[in-house]
Design a protein around this ligand. Structure first.
Ligand SMILES: [Zn+2]
Length: 1019
């Protein structure tokens, strides 16, 4: 009896333990030692070697071709409950974040918008650290499932640092203890890293040339958190003769100008003693190039840790850019830059001449210095944004009663001005607020989630039900089920009131202080979901905010819609914060940023902000701003006199303009009207038609080009090149005899031509027995002897057919070795020309993934009319700078596949290389003599038992049953790989590295070509 009882007890106990954790296989059992069983692997480019799982520990390496590398599981949950999550992790020092990420699903399995991090870390974390979290559901009505992912974001790192996880638990929240984690322990300060600067000294990818304005000052960043403990370093810089350098490093309270220990014709050395702090932003080497320095040159940088005898070297290509324009600075308009290192930390009375010149150049681009007191982290709103010490304000609770990361809004508001003044005092900000004209609060509670996530404590529910005359006993879940829109309104109002209270506190300390409010912009359109998501409606703040500084980041037309809406609906002045990208080359876009700034001027932002600003700007950015500012200087006397005008002149979108054209209106007291017309697209030329009311304005002129526009049937038709703008004046007849006439008729003719060319490209064309036809997803080419179907959604891969039979199912499946697949990129048809005996067409696609982002692959095909033969020219165009790559193209065979056979396809395919047949049915590979491979080994050793020598340039594959034959003629191939397994067989060619040496100066378009022929030997 006793025994049985024990057994029952044990079984029951085990059952409870297992039932608790909703995760399947939390023990990370793995049958392949790479990914844990029952968990899914997510990567844009699959690369299994990123993961390893052993002894219950999941390891995710940063060495990956994909940006996001995830191990993930989807679990059904009840949205009206809260959940508890814990996991242990440790991490190496990582250049990009890693952690735990989750989002929710609805009933239909559709992913809901919001996503959250339970952990986001850069490491290093040497000891196992347990994190404990409450998972709050922001949408109890809809949420039916969660996807939880362990993730590492990487960017093609060569090093093999990793994050490790073990023992994850996901279970219903029932008051489990949420523990604060110890601060990340950085034990690695004594270990010197391989990768010292994630910003590559230039804020662009390594190998991308630094843009230096000719005659101006450029700079290289030398801040890094990776050197840890201060140490003695030697910095050597080598450039062409006639370069001038100044080095600034941080010590005690500011930047010191260093004296070189040696300086010999462009070869300098500096000793940076352990008194200097490597973490500090502002550590920089400024440089300028003398007149006879070539347009393109290299800076060779070597840093040596003296005691440890470890060196790092960097080759920084520099490209000088110039302009033939004479720049001017506007009188009225300018811009402010948040980060202006090194200038922000250099004592300008004790600096060198280059720092002085840098300052002048920035000022000549319209840069204005404003100083303000920044009160981030002082008031308890969002836990991880608060560092103001112990507080009486309780944390909020979510709709099902579990604690959240936000403080209770009602309690904060109830604290009144006294509480806010006390917080200012405690954080030592009294003097600062008294002394500054401007005080800025960066208020971002929405970072924790939408307003439906918190707080539903008794006080918050009481305030809400009182405001909306609802029964006082509603629960959080009931509120979200029945009164969500009222709740959103309530929270938006309450947050505005809270900020108002803080403003009263600030003004009681300094009545003259101007309050700047940094938060979300007005939504581009009327959008309730936006207020639910952000809980910030700037209109509710307008009465007490002196200057709105909304963070309006984005590339689309929504940027303009928001600033225009703010100009229309807010009364207080605005200094919109325009993003200019942080760290990542792909988001930097100098011309667009200048246009956004100009649009802000048109919407009465006299001095917009740029976010990270001049600290990360290269010469191209400053040049783009200077050019725009010069346009402003030349025209501000006209349009600057007026105000933003919400009454819009009708501007019709012409060809390609629908999604790219924007117009903003201004008006002066004397009745003149101004239009800023802009093309937001970086590739298309667009057309716009200004349609003013008949007879209201007698003259329409372009103030920048000094053109008087001549209408065509009451429409003023204009052409706008990619990322360009025009400033148009509508007025009574002016005396502009010497201005050029721009005829709408001519622009209309250009537009018609563009439309015709476009139609020609896209319509079905038939000639000489050849037909070309486009569908949304494909491009079909049919000749008398063969046809090809190109995928426009998948990198122009093609299916090759002879008659009705497919002979190659995937022609031209590209990749870069070792494992970067060029698939699923949208392809465009650039040209198609039918000749009597062939059709020639060109398709291209652009790679948008790091590290190859910006490379364009262009393929031209000659498809013959009377013979089953195709010539393919492949060109890879190095947009966005130098990147080394090694091209491989794969053709998947389908000859004879329609024929039934008992034999595996692999055994039916016979290869013939240099007259020698191979019928082994196995994967084989051939290597060119003298070919150079990374790590001195040809590719795919796992699949090949023996490499043969590659002789000749003709490679044949034949189906022994159907007797169809594919002949590939290709020169310059280093390795031929013939994959043959079960039902698959391929012809794959691997080429040498595109550039013989890793020197950015050798960058040029890389080209190869090959010919494919089909023969039927049974006939
Ligand atoms: Zn509350």
């Amino acid at each position: 009896m006793k025994k049985i009882f024990c057994l029952v007890c044990c079984v029951f106990f085990v059952f409870v333990l297992h039932a608790e954790n909703l995760l399947v296989n939390p023990e990370f059992k793995s049958s392949n030692q790479q990914t844990p069983d029952k968990w899914e692997q997510f990567q844009k480019v699959p690369c299994l070697s990123v993961f390893s799982t052993q002894d219950g520990i999941l390891r995710i390496s940063e060495k990956s071709p994909s940006y996001a590398n995830m191990i993930s599981q989807r679990i059904n949950i009840d949205g009206t409950k809260s959940y508890y999550f814990e996991v242990e992790y440790k991490a190496d020092a990582l250049p990009y974040p890693a952690g735990v990420y989750y989002y929710f699903f609805d009933e239909k399995g559709t992913r809901l918008k919001e996503d959250y991090f339970a952990l986001k870390t850069l490491g290093p974390q040497q000891d196992w650290q347990k994190i404990t979290r409450v998972i709050s559901i922001d949408n109890p009505v809809k949420v039916k499932g969660i996807r939880l992912s362990f993730v590492s974001y990487s960017k093609g790192e060569n090093s093999d640092n990793a994050i490790y996880f073990r023992n994850p638990v996901l279970t219903e929240y029932k008051g489990q203890k949420i523990q604060a984690e110890a601060a990340v322990k950085s034990n690695s300060s004594d270990q010197l890293p391989d990768n010292l600067f994630t910003h590559n000294l230039t804020n662009t990818q390594s190998g991308v040339p630094y843009k230096l304005e000719k005659g101006q000052v450029g700079f290289l960043r030398f801040d890094t958190p990776k050197l840890g403990r201060r140490r003695n370093m030697r910095l050597n810089i080598q450039g062409p003769e006639n370069m001038v350098f100044e080095a600034y490093f941080y010590k005690n309270t500011g930047l010191d100008l260093l004296t070189p220990v040696s300086n010999n014709k462009g070869n300098l050395s500096f000793d940076i003693s352990s008194a200097y702090n490597w973490v500090s932003w502002g550590n920089m080497v400024l440089f300028t190039a003398g007149k006879d320095v070539p347009e393109k040159f290299n800076l060779q940088i070597t840093l040596t840790a003296v005691k440890e005898k470890k060196s790092w070297s960097f080759s920084i290509p520099v490209e000088q850019i110039q302009s033939d324009r004479k720049y001017a600075v506007p009188k009225y308009y300018g811009y402010y830059s948040w980060h202006v290192f090194p200038l922000g930390r250099i004592d300008l009375k004790k600096c060198g001449p280059l720092a002085e010149r840098l300052k002048n150049n920035w000022e000549n681009s319209g840069w204005k210095q404003i100083s303000f007191s920044h009160i981030a982290r002082v008031f308890p709103t969002f836990k991880s944004h608060y560092s103001g010490g112990e507080t009486s304000i309780p944390l909020g609770v979510n709709a099902s009663g579990a604690p959240t990361e936000l403080y209770c809004d009602s309690a904060l508001l109830a604290g009144g001005t006294a509480f806010f003044i006390e917080q200012i005092k405690r954080n030592g900000k009294m003097e600062e607020i008294k002394n500054y004209t401007y005080v800025l609060w960066d208020y971002e509670p929405y970072c924790a989630g939408p307003v439906t996530i918190s707080c539903f404590c008794d006080a918050c529910i009481k305030n809400f039900t009182k405001d909306f005359h609802l029964p006082a006993n509603l629960s959080g879940i009931e509120i979200l089920q029945k009164y969500e829109s009222q709740w959103v309104k309530f929270r938006c109002r309450q947050r505005a009131e809270t900020v108002h209270t803080a403003v009263k506190a600030i003004k009681s300390i300094n009545p003259n202080a101007k309050f700047m409010f940094c938060s979300m912009p007005l939504p581009p359109q009327k959008d309730d979901d936006y207020f639910r998501r952000y809980g910030i409606d700037l209109r509710l703040f307008d009465d007490f905010v002196d200057i709105h500084t909304p963070m309006n980041y984005g590339k689309s037309l929504d940027f303009y819609r928001s600033i225009e809406r703010e100009a229309k609906e807010l009364h207080h002045s605005r200094m919109t914060i325009i993003s200019n990208g942080w760290g990542d080359a792909s988001v930097m876009d100098p011309k667009r940023m200048a246009i956004q700034m100009l649009a802000a001027f048109f919407c009465d932002n006299q001095t917009p902000f740029i976010g990270q600003g001049l600290f990360i700007a290269q010469g191209d950015q400053v040049k783009a701003i200077k050019e725009m500012m010069t346009d402003v200087a030349q025209t501000e006397e006209n349009w600057g006199q007026g105000n933003f005008d919400p009454e819009k002149i009708m501007v019709k979108a012409g060809f390609k303009a629908e999604k790219n054209l924007y117009s903003i209106d201004r008006k002066t007291k004397n009745g003149k009207k101004y239009l800023l017309l802009l093309n937001n697209d970086d590739r298309e030329t667009i057309f716009a038609k200004i349609c003013p009311e008949r007879n209201k304005y007698l003259e329409v002129a372009d103030l920048l080009y000094k053109h008087v526009i001549v209408p065509e049937k009451d429409e003023y038709i204009l052409k706008l090149y990619p990322l360009s703008y025009r400033i148009i004046e509508l007025s009574a007849q002016e005396n502009r005899k010497d201005w050029k006439r721009e005829f709408s008729k001519d622009n209309l003719a250009d537009e018609e031509k563009a439309i015709n060319n476009n139609e020609k490209l896209y319509r079905t064309i038939s000639k000489n027995g050849i037909t070309c036809r486009m569908t949304p997803d494909e491009y079909h080419v049919m000749t008398l002897s063969q046809s090809l179907i190109f995928s426009l959604k998948n990198s122009a891969q093609a299916e090759w057919k002879i008659g009705k039979k497919t002979v190659i199912s995937s022609l031209g499946r590209d990749s870069f070795m070792p494992q970067f697949q060029l698939k699923n990129y949208p392809a465009t048809l650039d040209a198609c020309q039918i000749e009597p005996d062939h059709v020639k067409l060109t398709l291209s696609y652009m790679i948008d993934q790091i590290p190859y982002d910006g490379l364009i692959v262009r393929k031209s095909f000659i498809v013959y009319n009377n013979k089953p033969e195709i010539t393919v020219d492949v060109a890879i165009i190095p947009e966005n700078g130098f990147r080394q790559f090694r091209y491989r193209t794969t053709h998947v065979l389908a000859i004879g596949k329609e024929l039934a056979s008992k034999e595996d396809y692999a055994f039916r395919i016979e290869y013939q290389i240099n007259q020698v047949k191979d019928n082994s049915g196995k994967t084989v590979s051939y290597i060119r003599e003298g070919a150079k491979f990374p790590e001195k080994q040809p590719f795919f050793p796992k699949y090949v038992s023996e490499y043969k020598i590659l002789i000749g340039d003709t490679f044949v594959a034949k189906d022994k049953i159907g007797a169809g034959k594919i002949i590939l003629d290709a020169t310059g191939v280093d390795q031929l790989f013939l994959w043959r397994i079960q039902s698959e067989a391929t012809l794959e060619t691997i080429y040498p590295d595109a550039y013989p040496v890793n020197d950015p100066h050798t960058v040029k378009t890389w080209e190869i070509s090959y010919v494919l022929k089909y023969e039927d030997s049974s006939k």
